[in-house]
Write a protein that binds this ligand. Structure first.
Ligand code: GLC
Length: 752
């Protein structure tokens, strides 16, 4: 037996050797040899490419629909002509096994070198099965579920011919006026880092199958700090804020192995990020060691002209490439000006090769040279999309994303035999449930709130009426109908908020508030004397102050995707005990924006101890948000006590062990997100009064108590200076543990 195995191994070696010999004998170029190391194949292919073909690899064109301002001739015919000339290296917005295969055939069979295309699409929170918007998903504090959601989205997208998603969006923001707050990670850098990494892992896996796709860290960098929350507006922040607040999630995504990264639209220190050598080369490549490739956001290279940074398209091309940027999404300038710039010596061939290298690398890594059509498989497309299992996961994710902000007199959960009045225009409209990044989600297959409640309670127990119009106004007749519906019910569920069409890019709102008509509706419903439950649908934290005291309960439902109605119904009747906690502060008023938990003490903190005049405060509203970061209630109650630390004084080499007891003091099993914060009270660069440095989501049965332990090391106690170097400084610290960033127990300790 052993002899036979040896022979087999020997004969295999002989065959491999023969193939090698044959390859070289028939002159098969190295880049076509699947056995050659990828690095060798890239090098060989680059050596065969003309500058025009290299520019082609740096040119990305949109396919069948636009997700940005339309540019010059975008006819299919022109695209195919350019593709045949090797002038396009990847497409976005070409979707489907059939369509991608068609285009791939042109690239592989009708171009000189047959370099396969990459197909990309905005798979932001699901492809066909749509999950909660990323901001809502983040409120679950369930990193495993976030990773799983991304892996399902990747599996579906990969079955539809796609190789690459433009996600995760890692932008920190404190501004609910900005429509893209829905897409990100919330306001905290520590948690934003963890969830960004989880999403990268979910999308990419090991990139060694047809169930995962390239992730794309975006929008690098600091897009979420646009002034006024106005889309595409100026960003102007310090390097200290850059390093400590905004960069960590991008870095975490790089460390998680993300293959690609997207330049943002904004400037940093007066330079558009596409042209920022500091961000793209000094930080991303040299300091962080990023080895993947960059793609600009839509038209961002060309927009350096509008910014006033580039004189013309040729200048913009030179500035983008020399800063270290690479692929040009839809500016169509690199393809037209790069060859000339290289011939004139204004961009070196080494710079071009460094830009093309990672793009070719990932085309080899995905196996597209061996089988360019491996992702374009109609059978798999039919099998993988919108499966019951995927839909069930979307429901699980949605349940865990709904934040219970208020529940006076425990109106919720309602009994399953309650007669409910569901009032709210959006509640039975599918068109408003998904947001502006709906992937290939089918609006017709969305479970809206009315569907969800009737699925759960039966239609005989659910009365419905609009109560207000799409524009948020109401009328006497609508109010009259609402009162009639309410009078026939035990509980009033009023669905308020704003449409999903206002969640996403270019949806800035100067007044992210509850529309007046909806406030009038609630005031009218108060006359019934029945408890009112507000179910808020929005892709951002709206200002709730006007309705907060008018209703008994508030469930913040965000936009939850395909299973929206079923998720909300699960929580309303208590089939799911809400466990989510908000990852963004809810401002008390528009004038308070930006308000966030990790704020600074100032020289005159508002201590409210009677010194009255000269402290940092408003005259007309409190300093604190209506609901703080980390806040979320449960149908049960939790008690925190006996916070203890392992040492009052630690050295820089020590670990600090922090323990707290958490008890479920209610009658229902429930999950609690226990949060740990620190305050570095004295430092060479001032530090926020709280910084999240740990959390644990635990399940406690009714009456159960658990000891929860955290460990603090030098990593959690350090901060960055303006050069991105970490500093760990001796001095006084506070550690806080609690249910959110406001309700905490605290202890002091000293770092020596
Ligand atoms: C858009 C967005 C970006 C998206 C890209 C492609 O303008 O800013 O997030 O990935 O264009 O659709």
């Amino acid at each position: 037996m052993k002899k036979t195995i040896c022979l087999t191994a020997f004969s295999l070696l002989m065959i491999a050797g023969k193939v090698e010999a044959q390859n070289s004998k028939v002159g098969l170029p190295i880049y076509k040899n699947p056995k050659a190391p990828i690095e060798e194949r890239v090098k060989d292919l680059l050596s065969k490419m003309t500058i025009e073909e290299k520019a082609g690899q740096l040119n990305q064109i949109s396919g069948r629909f636009l997700t940005g301002p339309s540019t010059e001739d975008s006819s299919e015919k022109k695209k195919v002509q350019d593709l045949k000339k090797g002038k396009i290296g990847s497409f976005l917005n070409i979707i489907g096994a059939k369509k991608t295969e068609e285009m791939q055939k042109v690239a592989v069979e009708q171009t000189r070198l047959g370099i396969p295309l990459l197909f990309a699409f905005d798979v932001i929170h699901g492809f066909k099965t749509i999950f909660p918007i990323p901001l809502a998903e983040a409120c679950s504090w369930d990193l495993k579920q976030a990773e799983k959601n991304a892996s399902i989205a990747a599996r579906e997208a990969a079955a539809a011919g796609l190789h690459w998603t433009f996600a995760p969006m890692c932008d920190i923001t404190n501004d609910p006026r900005w429509g893209r707050i829905m897409e990100g990670v919330g306001e905290d850098p520590y948690y934003g880092s963890l969830i960004s990494a989880a999403r990268v892992r979910g999308f990419q896996g090991n990139l060694n199958d047809t169930a995962h796709i390239l992730a794309c860290i975006k929008h690098y960098a600091v897009y979420g700090a646009v002034e006024e929350g106005r889309e595409y507006n100026l960003v102007d922040i310090s390097r200290v804020m850059l390093w400590n607040k905004y960069l960590p999630p991008y870095k975490a995504a790089v460390d998680a192995g993300a293959a690609t990264l997207m330049n943002s639209f904004n400037v940093f220190e007066g330079v558009p990020t596409s042209g920022s050598k500091y961000l793209v080369t000094d930080v991303l490549k040299n300091k962080w060691g990023f080895k993947g490739f960059l793609v600009s956001d839509w038209g961002a290279f060309g927009e350096m002209i509008n910014h006033g940074y580039a004189a013309d398209k040729k200048d913009a091309t030179q500035k983008a490439l020399n800063a270290g940027s690479m692929m040009d999404m839809e500016s169509r300038i690199v393809i037209n000006f790069l060859p000339e710039l290289v011939k004139e010596g204004r961009v070196s061939m080494a710079t071009v090769d460094a830009a093309v290298w990672p793009i070719l690398y990932y085309k080899f890594k995905l196996g597209l040279f061996e089988n360019p059509y491996k992702f374009s498989n109609e059978e798999r497309e039919k099998k993988e999309l919108f499966t019951d299992a995927n839909i069930a996961e979307a429901r699980k994710a949605g349940d865990a994303s709904i934040v219970l902000l208020k529940n006076d007199n425990v109106v919720l959960p309602i009994r399953k035999n309650s007669k409910v009045a569901l009032i709210g225009y959006y509640a039975n409209k599918n068109a408003d449930v998904l947001d502006r990044w709906p992937g290939q989600g089918d609006t017709a297959k969305v479970v809206n709130l009315y569907n969800g409640l009737t699925n759960k309670l039966g239609s005989s127990l659910v009365g419905f009426t609009d109560g207000y119009k799409d524009d948020g106004t109401t009328s006497d007749s609508l109010l009259q109908q609402a009162l009639e519906t309410a009078n026939n019910a035990d509980v009033i569920l009023v669905n308020i908020g704003i449409s999903g069409k206002l969640a996403g890019e270019c949806q800035s709102l100067a007044n992210p508030i509850i529309p007046d008509g909806q406030v009038q509706l609630i005031k009218a419903l108060q006359k019934t004397g029945k408890p009112i439950v507000a179910l808020v649908s929005a892709g951002r934290p709206l200002i709730l102050t006007q309705i907060n005291d008018l209703v008994s309960s508030i469930l913040y439902c965000w936009h939850l995707g395909t299973e929206t109605g079923n998720c909300i119904a699960d929580v309303v009747v208590g089939d799911y005990n809400p466990s989510a906690k908000t990852v963004v502060s809810f401002p008390y008023s528009v004038g308070q924006i930006p308000v966030y938990y990790n704020h600074f003490n100032t020289g005159r903190p508002n201590t409210n101890h009677g010194d009255g005049g000269f402290t940092s405060r408003f005259r007309d509203i409190p300093n604190e948000p209506l609901y703080p970061f980390g806040f979320g209630l449960s149908y049960t109650t939790f008690k925190y006590d006996s916070l203890r630390i392992s040492n009052q004084n630690i050295t820089k080499k020590d670990k600090l062990h922090v323990k707290v007891n958490v008890s479920n003091t209610g009658k229902m099993d429930g999950e609690e997100v226990v949060q740990l914060y620190i305050w570095d009270k004295t430092a060479s660069i001032i530090r926020p009064v709280k910084e999240l440095k740990g959390f644990k989501k635990i399940l406690l049965k009714a009456g159960e108590t658990k000891e929860v332990e955290f460990t603090l090391t030098d990593k959690e106690l350090s901060f960055y200076d303006a050069d991105g170097n970490t500093r760990l400084e001796a001095g006084a610290f506070k550690v806080f543990v609690g249910a959110n960033s406001r309700d905490v127990l605290e202890k002091d300790f000293t770092l020596q």
